[in-house]
Ligand binder design. Structure first.
Ligand code: GUN
Ligand code: FE
Length: 434
């Protein structure tokens, strides 16, 4: 197949800037990526790359644009797309008032297809090329999602929600039914093209101990699948878990005792965690999805990101739509920054972009596959226009320093700054010409 070359200012990470500072940042102004069969096969200074590969390749030149790895959203709910920005409630009432009624609509497969189309287009419009996605309890929600994602050639991970108590009966499965439906989806979709399955108990309050055992069995029988759930998001939720599982040492022990914590397990939120729970994440190589727009929007609390990094926990970013209030991981950084400010801490743009790219890949055990502009990686990348809006253009008029430019872009930017999104080297989103 044909060779293509993308030219622009390349920015990605070779390590974790929370630990290595700017040494982890790889910036190549006027660089170029060579792409063949959807993968990056070479990178370097534009002049050198064009001299070596230019003759037989299709060359696309972006001037004064940043080329970064495709964004990775490690926590988002497909069925909550159409109820994003629902007014006035905190987690437990928000679930019963807004989320559960919306999820009931996914009994209809056609509805799931329609929402999946919109959802995936919205992700690509925001530069997100991989996401770890909650469906609903209905297996057809995830079957429809995978079908649409496959047609677009995307790398996506999703799972059918398992919940057998403390929610509307219409949304309940049973331990056996949840097991069988998940197993069938794994057999049909896990490892097909770039798709992967995640066993998805919603959270401790909505799964009986028997259902958590069924989740464990699924993980044991399918070692390469993911596990995703929620933990320690909201104080009323934490109290509820204590009363439902009186024998568990803490919230995380519910999942730990059930055998659900391992590499490729991703816990959303983790705001109110004890040192024991943090140590437990570390011990089991379990990652945390930090979802600042959600934590602020539904009033859950302030995530201590620096403490997690000090404890070497793998943290990545999640939008948590529709508890979260934006599909944009740039806007998600904006709020992550403010969450740290409220705790007297600083978050650099490099740290933020790391969490959105290589940090996401590491949390999903996909380093070397996505998350970097590295030889051998899939060519999922985003072309960012730092001067996409009049305000950004004005703000950046006399700015040349990389961090200042990136920080302003991430604070003020959103989908307007996404000029193009590439998946496997192909354009899957292109912004309207200005
Ligand atoms: N905890 C359990 N279910 C949910 C959900 O749908 N959204 C959020 N933010 N937290 C949850
Ligand atoms: Fe969530």
């Amino acid at each position: 197949s044909k060779t293509s070359i993308l030219c622009g200012d390349l920015l990605d990470f070779t390590g974790n800037p929370f630990h290595q500072g700017e040494e982890a940042v790889r910036f190549q102004p006027e660089g170029a990526l060579v792409i063949e069969q959807g993968k990056i096969i070479a990178r370097g200074p534009k002049a050198e790359i064009l001299a070596n590969y230019g003759a037989q390749a299709e060359v696309t030149e972006f001037t004064d644009k940043l080329i970064v790895p495709g964004f990775i959203d490690t926590h988002i709910h497909l069925p909550q797309t159409q109820m994003i920005a629902s007014y006035g409630e905190q987690l437990l009432t928000w679930l019963t008032e807004y989320a559960f009624p919306e999820e009931m609509k996914f009994a209809d497969r056609d509805h799931a297809v329609k929402v999946s189309e919109f959802f995936l287009n919205e992700l690509l419009k925001n530069g997100t090329t991989t996401a770890l996605v909650f469906g609903t309890v209905h297996p057809q929600s995830v079957d429809a999602f995978f079908q649409v994602a496959q047609a677009k050639g995307l790398r996506m991970i999703a799972g059918k929600v398992m919940m057998d108590r403390n929610c509307p009966e219409e949304l309940q499965d049973t331990p056996e039914q949840g097991y069988l439906e998940s197993k069938q989806l794994i057999e049909k979709w896990h490892g097909v093209d770039r798709l992967a399955y995640a066993v998805t108990p919603r959270f401790a309050p909505t799964s009986s101990p028997e259902q958590l055992q069924a989740c464990k069995q699924l993980l044991e029988e399918n070692p390469s699948v993911y596990m995703q759930t929620h933990t320690s998001e909201n104080l009323d939720e934490c109290e509820w878990v204590k009363s439902l599982f009186p024998d568990a040492e803490d919230y995380l022990a519910v999942y730990e005792n059930a055998g659900l914590l391992r590499k490729k397990s991703v816990l959303a939120h983790g705001i109110h965690m004890s040192q024991r729970e943090i140590d437990c994440c570390k011990e089991h190589d379990t990652a945390i999805a930090h979802c600042p727009t959600s934590n602020l929007f539904i009033g859950s609390g302030l995530f201590d990101l620096k403490r997690m990094q000090e404890n070497h926990i793998e943290v990545a970013m999640g939008t948590d739509v529709g508890g979260g209030s934006s599909f944009s991981l740039l806007q998600t950084f904006n709020e992550a920054y403010k969450v740290q400010q409220l705790q007297g801490k600083k978050l650099t743009a490099f740290e933020g972009l790391y969490l959105t790219t290589l940090g996401g890949a590491r949390a999903l055990d996909l380093e070397g596959v996505i998350g970097q502009l590295e030889i051998g990686c899939e060519a999922d990348c985003v072309v960012l226009d730092p001067k996409a809006t009049p305000l950004l253009d004005f703000r950046l008029q006399e700015v040349s320093e990389l961090h200042e430019k990136l920080f302003a872009l991430m604070m003020l930017g959103d989908d307007r700054c996404i000029e193009q999104t590439y998946s496997l080297g192909k354009v899957v989103y292109q912004r309207d010409v200005k």
